[in-house]
Design a protein around this ligand. Structure first.
Ligand code: PLP
Length: 419
């Protein structure tokens, strides 16, 4: 459930008409609903209520906006970060260092130092090599790094191949059959406190079965490690729960997910961490756009050209993803059209042959489910600026990220004087 609903014929974010935001801030603009973020954060937590004190770490890469992180911090969420930049954001949003988990297959030396000096709660180690490097840095700094070993369970998450992370051929984690030996080797290193194991098999998962299969393998690994005399007090089950993008699409609920987790992890005797991203933020945001003009296309449906493009919302171009398109002030008529952005790429296409609300030049429309992997994936391709972001709370709203115009990006460029 979200708080983007029609009221008196106009689509609102909570109690604010989207037309008012377009007027005040311009388009395109991302709009987030605080009430929806809070609701999703609580529904996810309630889904895990059978577990003892789970640690919830929002996957910052899904939506790193400081205001969004602050909303989740107030809901008791920590952060799962995958770069030094994300770590800086999580701390700036008020998250306690101890509540931060640092994931990522290519943490640099500087990022490992930053994590140690910040006193983060856990490093998810993705290779033996990374473990030795972190141990050496920790010894030099006189610190101990709390670590989980990320394993690659070799399961097919049955999602888009570009967001599948738990197959043997994917770059993430260490192979399950080597995990015991690597864990033992790293546990013997001064500077490391090997305290657990981690998995994350992919994103936008519509099926609990691959997750259950990965968790079952993790449980067997925990037993194997303990049998070898190693200590395991923590397990990180990652993120990945999918959200509905299309009307009628049904995804496993946080309650179903939580019940499965409770069943599979019963008897593990560890503290569990979860790293939800999309399921918290996806349906808490929309991308608001204005129609530039419509263009006839031979005998086919017209092209509706909007002012948002693939640089603002990359998912359709990257993954062939579907985003629902709705008029902000629907007049009741429907039309079949292609919906495209202005960028000079055929990939800059949001929908082909889609039945949508009738839209004409100047009309406002939204792309739904744009709160996760939306603004954060933006680029300035075609010398377009970065889209602003707005957070709505009841009948008030605030710009929580300024528009960065194309000339501000150009200002960071130099022509050398020898040219
Ligand atoms: C991306 C990512 C997540 C979040 O995935 P969602 O599908 O958005 O829940 C969690 N953990 C790790 C390690 C990730 O890379």
């Amino acid at each position: 459930m979200d708080h983007f609903q029609l009221k008196n014929g106009v689509l609102h974010a909570e109690d604010v008409p989207l037309s008012a935001i377009a007027e005040a801030v311009g388009t395109p603009v991302y709009v987030y609903s605080r009430a929806t973020l809070v609701r999703h954060a609580r529904v996810f937590r309630e889904g895990l209520s059978a577990l003892d004190q789970p640690h919830l770490a929002f996957a910052v890469k899904a939506n790193p906006n400081l205001a969004v992180l602050s909303v989740l911090q107030k809901e008791g969420y920590g952060a799962d970060v995958v770069s030094g930049g994300e770590l800086t954001r999580a701390l700036a949003a008020g998250m306690a260092p101890a509540d931060v988990v640092f994931s990522g297959v290519g943490k640099t030396h500087a990022e490992l130092v930053q994590g140690l000096e910040s006193g983060i709660g856990q490093f998810n180690i993705e290779s033996e090599e990374e473990g030795y490097e972190l141990a050496a840095i920790a010894r030099r700094l006189g610190k101990t790094a709390a670590c989980a070993l990320r394993v690659n369970p070799d399961v097919d998450a049955r999602t888009h191949e570009k967001i599948s992370t738990g197959k043997r051929e994917n770059k993430f984690g260490v192979p399950l059959d080597r995990a015991g030996a690597i864990y033992a080797a790293l546990a013997a290193e001064d500077g490391l406190d090997m305290r657990g194991v981690a998995v994350h098999i992919g994103s936008q998962l519509g099926d609990l079965e691959p997750l259950e299969s990965a968790f079952t393998k993790l449980g067997a690994l925990i037993a194997e490690l303990r049998a070898a005399g190693l200590s395991v007090t923590h397990a990180d089950l990652g993120g990945g729960l999918g959200v509905p993008y299309k009307p009628g699409e049904v995804m496993p609920s946080p309650a179903d997910y939580g019940a499965m987790v409770a069943r599979v992890t019963s008897g593990w005797d560890v503290r569990l961490t979860f790293e939800p991203g999309r399921v918290i933020a996806g349906n808490a945001g929309i991308l608001l756009t204005r129609v530039i003009r419509s263009k006839r296309s031979g005998n086919g449906p017209p092209f509706v050209i909007v002012d948002a493009a693939m640089n603002d919302l990359a998912r359709p171009a990257m993954y062939g993803a579907w985003h629902d398109i709705e008029a902000v002030a629907p007049n009741g008529n429907r039309m079949t059209s292609h919906v495209v952005g202005p960028i000079c790429e055929t990939g800059d296409t949001f929908a082909m042959d889609r039945e949508i609300d009738a839209l004409a030049a100047g009309d406002l429309a939204v792309f739904r489910t744009a709160g996760a992997y939306g603004a954060t994936m933006a680029s300035s391709y075609n010398s377009r600026g970065f889209v602003p972001e707005v957070l709505v709370d009841g009948d008030r709203f605030a710009v929580v990220a300024d528009r960065i115009p194309a000339d501000a990006i150009m200002d960071a460029e130099r022509v050398p004087d020898w040219l």
